[in-house]
Ligand binder design. Structure first.
Ligand code: S3P
Length: 451
């Protein structure tokens, strides 16, 4: 096979102009993590799963295509995405490579899902995904018998494109996840779903728990115990049946973060984001902003589909620098670029610790965030696993290199809304991977972009 099918794309640069205020109420699209999982679990359940509020972004649509290629029928009817599952253990051999584009979650969770199947699955992605480490998932999956073959164009060991092939009889395993990663945990639990016997994933540091919650919701046999050191032992009994569910996907807190930070740093602003997922494994940014002095209130707290949700209102605030402890990183892992932007407008320094995982996101988010700050006149220090941002306002006027990273693009566009001068980003095409409505929703609040 040729290397991955992603040639260099045409860039879509964008400029965010400073604006005098932002105001209004918006709803952001569905949570990306829950959207991927609802399609994946729906694909291996018995019966028809209905998903409302699904995030209709490139990443999630790549997972939908992959689940179709593995045998599920997925179509949209009215507001609902309907997934006709094949049943646990009954996925089909795909006839073409599964192309996950930019999506780490879709690709890694699918590697786990297909690991117990005795057929080859080829997985490809864009240049960003093809430079991300897959060994964190493939190494433990080899323990249950997975064989991995790199394909032409692979830039290193356990990097896409590659083909995986499960063993005729996959073996249950116990694995302690060495990095704080919900993707690794989830991939292994999805493998265990179709391995006879009990597979245990030990998670020393808790990460987002959507996979556990949704597996239970779909009827999987799952036991969770926390040991004396605080590590979670999650045991799944494989080869049981899953039952189709009605899933309601709450608003994505990671997407909401852009409007929330914008509402805090643009003068005279009052912004509300409705129906935001408030699962405590996802709300580290909101806690941090409150510590920084943000006028941030949560109302209408309620439960929906087994998750906490609520409406978040922010008004322009004088923020002050804080230290963000390393143990908070898993609950805000995708929010550091936009926190760095908020910190640039705060009084004093903000120290962010425990950022090693940022190095292996859609780009090296630690370095790329630091370069974006510097390009716009913000003083910062990039440590190996840390970032210190010296606040006090932003000159702007710079161009940010986004390196195929949607969150870098959105974070720095937010910066431009409150800087002295406009901020330019070199490309916005990747925003479609997680938040295609970003530009329209921010414009509705009063943002001004020039493309
Ligand atoms: C995700 C987990 C996180 C996060 C990603 C989505 C998930 O990655 O960065 O955007 O849906 O499980 P890691 O688990 O690799 O930290």
């Amino acid at each position: 096979m040729a290397s991955h099918p992603h040639a260099a794309h045409t860039l879509a640069p964008l400029t965010a102009q400073p604006v005098s205020s932002l105001s209004g109420t918006i709803s952001v699209p569905g949570d990306k993590s829950i959207s991927h999982r609802s399609l994946i679990l729906g694909a291996v359940a018995d019966g028809r799963t209905s998903v409302t509020g699904l995030l209709e972004s490139d990443d999630v649509m790549a997972t939908a295509s992959a689940m179709r290629a593995l045998g599920a029928t997925i179509e949209k009817q009215g507001d609902a995405w309907l997934v006709d599952g094949v049943g646990n253990g009954s996925l089909l051999e795909p006839t073409a490579p599964l192309d996950f584009g930019n999506a780490g979650t879709g690709s890694r969770l699918t590697m786990g899902l297909v690991a117990p199947y005795d057929f080859p699955v080829t997985i490809v992605g864009d240049p960003s995904l093809s430079s991300r480490p897959m060994g964190r998932v493939l190494k433990p999956l080899r323990e249950c018998g997975l064989q991995v073959t790199p394909l032409e164009g692979s830039q290193g060991e356990d990097m896409l494109p590659l083909t995986v092939q499960g063993a005729p009889l996959a073996i249950p395993f116990t694995y302690r996840v060495p990095v704080a990663s919900a993707q690794v945990k989830s991939a292994l639990l999805l493998a265990g779903l179709n391995i006879a016997g009990k597979t245990t994933v030990i998670e020393p540091v808790m990460t987002r728990d959507h996979t556990e919650k949704m597996l239970v919701g779909f009827g999987a046999e799952l036991e969770i115990e926390t040991d004396e050191d605080g590590a979670r032992h999650i045991t799944i009994t494989g080869q049981t049946d899953l039952t189709a569910q009605n899933v309601i996907v709450p608003g994505d807190p990671s997407s909401a973060s852009f409007a929330i930070v914008a509402g805090l740093i643009v003068p005279d602003s009052d912004v509300t984001v409705k129906n935001v997922l408030l699962n405590p494994t996802r709300t580290g940014l909101f806690d941090t902003l409150v510590e920084m002095g943000a006028n941030l209130t949560i109302s209408n707290r309620r439960q929906s589909g087994g998750e906490d949700i609520g409406d978040i209102r922010v008004r322009t605030s004088r923020l002050r620098g804080v230290t963000v402890p390393a143990d908070r990183a898993p609950s805000m892992i995708d929010e550091y670029p936009v926190l760095a932007v908020a910190s640039a407008f705060a009084e004093g320094d903000t120290h962010m610790l425990g950022l090693e995982e940022l190095r292996v996101k859609e780009c090296d988010r630690l370095a790329v965030t630091a370069r974006g700050l510097e390009a716009n006149g913000v003083d910062c220090t990039e440590g190996e696993n840390e970032l210190t941002v010296r606040g006090g306002g932003v000159t702007g006027g710079g161009t940010v290199e986004t390196h195929l990273d949607h969150r870098i693009a959105m974070a720095f566009l937010v910066m431009g809304m409150a800087a002295k001068n406009a901020v330019h980003v070199d490309d916005t095409t990747m925003i479609a991977t997680s938040f295609p409505e970003f530009r329209d929703l921010m414009t509705a609040l009063g943002a001004h972009f020039e493309g």
